[in-house]
Write a protein that binds this ligand. Structure first.
Ligand code: NAD
Length: 249
């Protein structure tokens, strides 16, 4: 098992069809104990219980730096140590430039970018002290092609910044034995899509995807496992595409 004895924190994993939950479940199947964070405590706890007794759910709005520090301290205390952080929480909006309010901007930027910044800062002293750790950040195809299907310009900008942050952390934290990487998923069939794309729209994306289908949460979780485990021991600062060939650069 790839994560035997490891402890992972995954943010944004209450949604059973989401990338975070699929990642937490896959990590658990590979021997990790997982601290699962989401906005609502009951939802986070029941998501963790659905995966097994060894896992815990915590309420944490990743936009709140103090709460991120508190919850990381609580997790270290409960689990003894942490090896992996997956910065998965994110909110997408399709609004175009002139239809986005400043509240939209704040929400989309803050959950993805500030959340990734907050959680990475909260865990870094612990990773440094242990001289090791893996950080996986959730970017997006939207960052690479200027938004499009699901993401407006604020979402594309947030995800571009997340990818840049992952690269900067990779460079800065490598001497401490800490790796940081990002994933750029294409269109993944999760609850994030609800109300943002029609079935015909999904079919059109599938038709123009070389591998002929939308992605699944499991497709992204599998790549998270690679980046979180020692399989990628010599990989840091990359943005890995998980898009079925929809965007090949
Ligand atoms: P999802 O909506 O199923 O899951 C997102 C989770 O994040 C939810 O459980 C939500 O409650 C949680 N969340 C929202 N705000 C939060 C906050 N402030 N603090 C903590 N948790 C919060 O979405 P998903 O499709 O599984 O997306 C997961 C990640 O992948 C996101 O960062 C998203 O932007 C990214 N992504 C998704 C797609 C896609 O097509 N689905 C494509 C590219 C990137």
């Amino acid at each position: 098992m790839l994560l035997d004895g490891k402890v992972a924190i995954v943010t944004g994993c209450a949604s059973r069809r989401g990338i975070g939950w699929a990642t937490a479940r896959l990590f658990a199947q590979h021997g990790a104990r997982v601290a699962m964070l989401d906005l609502n405590e009951d939802d986070a706890r029941s998501a963790a219980a659905a995966i097994g007794d060894a896992h815990q759910g915590y309420a944490c709005d990743v936009r709140d730096a103090r709460r991120c520090e508190q919850v990381v301290a609580q997790i270290v205390e409960t689990f003894g140590a942490v090896d992996i952080l997956v910065n998965n929480a994110g909110v997408s909006q399709p609004n175009r430039l002139m239809d986005s309010t400043m509240d939209d901007y704040d929400l989309v930027l803050d959950v993805s970018l500030r959340g990734t910044f907050n959680m990475s800062r909260a865990i870094t002293p612990h990773f440094r002290a242990r001289r090791g750790g893996a950080i996986v950040c959730m970017g997006s195809l939207a960052a690479q092609r200027g938004g499009g299907v699901l993401g407006g310009p604020h979402y594309a900008a947030a995800k571009g910044a997340v990818q840049a942050l992952a690269k900067a952390m990779a460079r800065e934290l490598a001497p401490d034995g800490i790796r940081a990487n990002a994933i750029a998923p294409g269109l993944i069939d999760t609850e994030l899509l609800i109300g943002k794309i029609t079935d015909d729209g999904k079919a059109a994306v599938a038709a123009s995807t070389p591998l002929g289908r939308l992605g699944t949460a499991q497709d992204v979780a599998n790549v998270c496992l690679f980046l979180a485990s020692d399989l990628s021991a010599y990989v840091t600062g990359v943005v890995l595409d998980v898009n079925g060939g929809y965007h090949i650069h």
